[in-house]
Design a protein around this ligand. Structure first.
Ligand code: RBF
Length: 161
């Protein structure tokens, strides 16, 4: 598992997010964690120039529903990128492998289907402490990292297009 601080990045290498539109889909399961991821993502997008009114935040029950929630976002809004945020903790579920595999493949497929960035901000950890560490704790916030990734991918599209 990565041990780098997820909130540390080279600020010089992050393009401006001015004018970009983002969707954030947040799983309610383990909300203590996913709410913190969402806050991190939202604040990081704003920090880099995104307008609050260009960030749509929607919630789904669990990580498994992130796939369809993200598809709705792409289908029914004009966002440039979708960030999905969830937290699956191994100790709490025998479903762990199934949920993780389903979400990973589902989100991967959406990138190709829509030719649009769907950013994978799902923590898959062995226990709650590891998740807390990555949701604004000792190892930063995966939401921050997901937001920076979304900005970079939209900028890449704008650059090539
Ligand atoms: N959703 C999560 O986002 N994280 C979890 O750790 C998680 N654990 C689950 C454990 C069990 C036993 C079940 C049945 C569901 C779990 N889910 C979890 C919810 C799942 O993503 C989905 O919302 C439900 O399975 C839909 O009924």
């Amino acid at each position: 598992m990565a041990t780098k601080n997820l909130s540390e990045y080279d600020i010089e290498k992050v393009p401006s997010a001015r004018g970009m539109k983002f969707g954030i889909v947040v799983a309610e399961w383990n909300y203590e964690i996913t709410g913190a991821l969402a806050e991190g993502a939202f604040e990081t997008l704003k920090k880099h120039g995104a307008d609050e009114k260009n960030i749509i935040v929607k919630h789904v029950p669990g990580s498994f529903e992130l796939i369809l929630g993200a598809q709705y976002m792409a289908e029914y809004t004009d966002v440039d990128a979708v960030i999905v945020l969830g937290c699956v903790i191994q100790g709490e579920t025998p479903h762990f492998d199934y949920i993780c595999a389903g979400v990973t493949q589902g989100i991967t497929d959406l990138n190709i289907k829509y030719n649009k960035p769907f950013i994978f901000g799902v923590l898959t950890t062995n226990n709650q402490q590891q998740a807390l560490d990555r949701a604004g704790g000792r190892l930063g916030n995966k939401g921050d990292e997901a937001a920076v990734t979304a900005i970079k991918m939209v900028a890449l599209r704008n650059d090539i297009n």
